[in-house]
Design a protein around this ligand. Structure first.
Ligand code: AMP
Length: 478
């Protein structure tokens, strides 16, 4: 199950956390549109409200008022193919012998099945097939015998895969990032408390300041009175495995992630796209909204080189249609593209066009858009993509399609270009991504564009020696 989601946790001095949690989930809505939820703790008991739907639909003012307590966590859930049982919505909460737990998870474990089986043998009963419940049971089990920090560490030692978590243990809010830091997580300071969130844009929304990213392998424990936080570096890995696709597509451009402003990374990728495969056409235009920052960098670099290319909007987006991937069938996805984007005839008629987007997954969007632009009178349509071809699936939390559905799997760039009907097509090489992120290849997860992963995944290649879960903890008993 792919859990590409958004998480948040907040501890405040003497104000209920529900409203700021609600606002920050709004800021993270792009990370998941299928369900939303908040769990708070008022010092005596847990309160929760979790439902399917968009944040704005899930919470009424009365729901927010009923979520008492100055500490809480929240979650937005990305749609998964095959739909969602209400049992999969989050935060997931459980009561057990030594208290209550709430868990919000972004990421995907790759050893869920074996963990679930082990726990089931010990008598744990599961209500969903998700990995979040497995983490919750494992943590609850460890909490019976260990203090909070040790229990989190023992739990992390058993998990393999990607996870950024916000956790509520009674009224204490925690943030945990997996030892390779695959999914993002950051820490912010508010006037009267602290916040942990998937993206810094959520902190901005609360008028807070980004303190820093939560480090890979780090546990952050917020003081329940909002006065501060404690940090425990529980696992150290030589290399991280940050998901490059967060920077390319998934994150908001106004988020600061692992040291980079996402907008600037995308502009830089656009500049490199011009340097690698720029072509002088009458007009260059983005696929809104995902191609916008790339196209602005591309057009800027083209201008600096003296290219006679106009930068213009040639496609208008219907902002009331959600992300195309929400549609589960191919037929619906194709219709959705036309519902979502409409060409501006004057920009394209009788002209040569360069169309810029961040990525091609199944090829549905680009095929449809090229057809639309030709219908609107474009003479030539050249497609430039600000990332490498996606040739393999994601097992770490991005809902990307299976290998058979990926248009670039097993095809040359030329073949892909022909299939989608472009006059020419270019992608960026992997090196351009590492350069724009100012990262070593070994510190990124590039599985979907190389087919080799920084995790042990059955039937797939690895791109490094994998340090097994639990190996060489930083300091065994801190
Ligand atoms: P496709 O139409 O399948 O080729 O998908 C490519 C389009 O969807 C591009 O415009 C991307 O911005 C966007 N996209 C890429 N990856 C994803 C994803 N994991 N979920 C939703 N949309 C995506």
């Amino acid at each position: 199950m792919h859990e590409k989601c958004g998480v948040v946790g907040i501890s405040l001095a003497d104000r209920d956390a529900a409203r700021p949690l609600y606002y920050s989930l709004y800021a993270l809505q792009h990370r998941g549109q299928e369900a939303a939820g908040v769990v708070t703790h008022d010092g005596f008991q847990q309160h929760d409200h979790v439902e399917t739907g968009l944040v704005g639909d899930v919470f009424d003012p009365e729901d927010i008022d009923a979520l008492k307590g100055t500490n809480g966590i929240g979650h937005v859930r990305y749609p998964t193919e095959g739909g969602l049982g209400a049992s999969c919505a989050q935060p997931f909460s459980v009561s057990f012998k030594s208290g209550s737990l709430g868990l919000a998870h972004n990421g995907n474990l790759v050893n869920t099945d074996s963990l679930r089986e082990e726990l089931a043998t010990l008598g744990h009963a599961f209500t969903s097939d998700g990995d979040t419940e497995v983490i919750a049971h494992e943590l609850a089990r460890n909490l019976l015998e260990q203090d909070l920090v040790r229990a989190v560490k023992s739990t992390m030692g058993r998990l393999h895969g990607s996870y950024s978590l916000t956790i509520m243990h009674d009224e204490t809010v925690l943030g945990v990032r997996d030892p390779q830091g695959n999914r993002p997580l950051c820490l912010g300071e508010l006037e009267d408390g602290y916040v942990i969130a998937s993206e810094s844009a959520a902190i901005d929304t609360l008028d807070g300041d980004l303190v820093r990213d939560v480090e890979p392998g780090e546990l952050v424990v917020l003081h329940p009175d909002g006065s501060g936080f404690d940090s425990y570096q529980l696992f150290d890995r030589e290399h991280s495995a940050h998901c490059f696709f967060e920077h390319v597509y998934f994150a908001r451009p106004d988020s600061q992630m692992d040291g980079d402003l996402v907008y600037e990374v995308r502009r830089e990728l656009g500049r490199q796209l011009w340097a690698e495969s720029g072509i002088e056409t009458d007009v260059v235009m983005p696929v809104p909204d995902s191609g916008r920052s790339f196209a602005s960098g591309y057009a800027e670099a083209a201008g600096e080189d003296g290219a006679d290319t106009e930068f213009a909007e040639g496609l208008m987006k219907n902002r009331y249609v959600g992300r195309t991937f929400i549609m589960p069938t191919q037929d619906e996805r194709e219709r959705a593209v036309r519902l979502k984007l409409n060409p501006i005839r004057d920009t394209v008629e009788g002209r040569t066009v360069t169309l810029i987007d961040d990525s091609v997954v199944r090829g549905t969007t680009s095929t449809q858009l090229i057809e639309l632009l030709r219908e609107a009178g474009a003479e030539e349509v050249h497609l430039r993509i600000g990332s490498p071809p996606i040739v393999a699936p994601c097992y770490l939390g991005i809902d990307m399609a299976s290998r058979e559905e990926l248009i670039a799997a097993g095809r040359s760039v030329e073949e892909i270009g022909e299939r989608i009907g472009a006059d020419s097509l270019s992608y960026l090489p992997v090196e351009a991504v590492t350069e724009a992120l100012d990262s070593d290849r070994e510190d990124l997860c590039l599985g979907c564009v190389t087919g080799a992963y920084p995790y042990d995944i059955e039937g797939e290649k690895r791109d490094r020696e994998i340090e097994r879960p639990g190996s060489e903890p930083a300091s065994a008993d801190d």
